[in-house]
Design a protein around this ligand. Structure first.
Ligand SMILES: [Mn+2]
Length: 144
């Protein structure tokens, strides 16, 4: 059974926390995801059942090799989509929420093609400049 969007959010955040601090606790996750600790505990049990984490009641939890692999991909996906929105000129203040809104709803095929597009723009900064010119033209038109 593939993970639900909410499971993906948890796996992504657990992976990022472990990368950053070496461990992930229920309290860190609750704070990070702005949810009640009891919701975290419930989700951890679900992730344990799905074999993404190993949960030990009084000692916390760790990612299984499978959970770790998925977590790495989910963090990559989030960062790629942020780069993508930045490249296409989305305002900084919208980027995080927009990525949170779309990241669970794209195929890995689409993610790979977006990766190509980001690479296409980053390999030659003139391409970004050309895109910005189109955008400036459109903004002028919107205003007139
Ligand atoms: Mn995310």
């Amino acid at each position: 059974m593939p993970p639900t969007p909410s499971m993906e959010d948890y796996i992504e955040r657990i992976y990022a926390l472990i990368e950053e601090k070496g461990y992930a606790r229920v309290s860190d996750l609750a704070e990070n995801l702005e949810v009640h600790p009891s919701s975290v505990t419930k989700m951890i049990q679900k992730l344990d059942k799905g074999k993404y984490v190993v949960y030990e009641k009084y000692r916390g939890f760790v990612l299984t090799p499978n959970g770790k692999k998925l977590g790495k991909r989910l963090v990559y996906r989030h960062e790629l989509l942020e780069d993508f929105l930045k490249v296409i000129g989305v305002d900084d203040e919208n980027i995080f929420q927009d990525v949170e809104g779309i990241e669970h709803h794209l195929s890995w095929n689409a993610i790979d093609r977006i990766g190509d597009l980001v690479q296409f723009f980053e390999e030659d900064k003139n391409r970004i400049k050309d895109l910005r010119e189109v955008q400036a033209k459109n903004e002028d038109q919107e205003q007139s």
